[in-house]
Design a protein around this ligand. Structure first.
Ligand SMILES: *Cc1c(COP(=O)(O)O)cnc(C)c1O
Length: 402
């Protein structure tokens, strides 16, 4: 009896390396330590073979060809490479990029920099459910548009964008489509051909693989996407990303992709069950709790909810044996409400008192039940202490009497 504390429920931030992934990686730190670019001996060949096998595993997961996978140091680099690489390569064609307001900072800050270099960036708004309107996208496209950058699934609210519709519009207008699919890959079926995706970013540590290893999918035909490198050197990765390959990391990333491929259907069903149990457990026992973002177009492992009449910081402190994230970000010593929740129209107070629950492979039903109990306990206690909650309840009560 009893769950082991603390409980990790922050799987959008990072995930534990799966033991099967770690076992696959271990030989590549010592016995098989070769440089994948060494062409003259068996050490190099063994490393290269392992890298190519991982490339195949990743390609399969997103229905790409192995040659279309470029290894990077993580999704931050993949996002930078996609945006800056396309911006420079296609600068003769145009200088306009379209993105949206709830992207990860690795996309938003890169776009901001491109803006300073003379590129025009359009930031599409999202509706209350967290999704862009494809008609807004259609209207924003001009003859100067060279890239559409819209994420697959959001890292805070788990909301999935209308990717297939976006891909269709991009294809029809002849504009490249890049998606940051870090949170979606391995969790929901992703198919770059069905979805007309031209570039796609992913990373190992969000799918039970190692940190510091990511990839960018770059379409090779129909159309053949070209990129200007942002790191120059030995010409590795078809000249798009120089630098000695992180062989153990890549092997682990590939293994992690293979496990997701084989287990995704069952795993997502299990996590959806746990997530719904968490939601029903909390919502059934507390009033004035609100889900942030669409509940239908959403990753199966995400719940993001705001708790009215409690202070965000006290809430997190109260459940300090559960690792989750809040809707506040620490920017220069000040607590700022999440820009993602703000974009949905969530008020400042309600953003501060929100929690992101990110379920993962290693969470159990017992843990979910413990979290429900803790959250209900802490929110109830904080509300009892809150004069605001009393007033609000009386208001509701008297309006019901009238
Ligand atoms: C985590 C994350 C990233 C950054 O990935 P790193 O590999 O940690 O650089 C980018 N985009 C999204 C949506 C993420 O969740």
């Amino acid at each position: 009896m009893g769950v082991k504390l603390p409980i990790y429920m922050d799987n959008h931030a990072t995930t534990q390396v799966d033991p099967r992934v770690m076992n696959a990686m271990l030989p590549y730190f010592n016995e098989k330590f070769g440089n994948a670019a060494s062409r003259n001996h068996s050490f190099g060949w063994a490393a290269e073979e392992a890298v190519e096998s991982a490339r195949g595993q990743l390609a399969k997961l997103i229905h790409a060809a192995p040659k279309e996978i470029i290894f990077t140091s993580g999704a931050t680099e993949s996002n930078n490479l996609a945006l800056k690489g396309v911006a420079e390569m296609y600068s003769e064609k145009g200088n306009h990029i379209i993105t949206q307001v709830t992207e990860h900072k690795a996309v938003l800050d890169t776009c901001k920099r491109l803006g300073r270099y003379g590129y025009q960036v359009t930031y599409l708004p999202v509706a209350k459910d967290g999704r862009i309107d494809p008609d807004d996208l259609r209207r924003a496209i001009t003859p100067k548009t060279i890239l559409i950058a819209i994420m697959y699934a959001n890292n805070e609210i788990g909301v999935i964008q209308p990717i297939e519709e976006i891909g269709k519009i991009a294809k029809e207008k002849g504009v490249l489509f890049f998606t940051d699919a870090v949170q979606a890959v391995g969790k929901v079926p992703v198919d770059v051909n069905r979805e007309n995706v031209d570039l796609l970013a992913m990373t190992g540590h969000k799918i039970y693989g190692p940190k510091g290893c990511g990839a960018l999918y770059v379409r090779r035909r129909n159309p053949r996407v070209q990129l200007t490198a942002i790191i120059d050197g030995g010409g590795h990765e078809r000249g798009m990303r120089s630098g000695t390959l992180n062989v153990p990391g890549i092997v682990g990333f590939g293994k992690a992709a293979e496990l997701c491929q084989n287990e995704m259907a069952k795993e997502s069903e299990r996590l959806r069950g746990l997530r719904d149990r968490l939601k029903e457990g909390i919502f059934g026992r507390l009033d004035e709790v609100y889900v942030n973002g669409s509940m239908t177009c959403r990753l199966p492992n995400n719940l993001n909810a705001s708790f009215a009449h409690v202070e965000g910081e006290s809430l997190l402190m109260g459940i300090n044996d559960v690792a989750v994230s809040s809707g506040s970000a620490c920017t220069s010593a000040k607590m700022e409400p999440s820009y993602v929740l703000k974009a949905l129209g969530v008020g400042e107070e309600m953003a501060h008192s929100s929690i992101r629950f990110g379920l993962g492979r290693f969470n159990t039903q017992e843990e979910v039940d413990y979290v429900i109990q803790r959250v209900v306990e802490v929110v109830s206690r904080l509300r009892e202490l809150s004069p605001l909650y009393e007033t609000a309840k009386e208001r509701v009560h008297s309006s019901k009497m009238n």
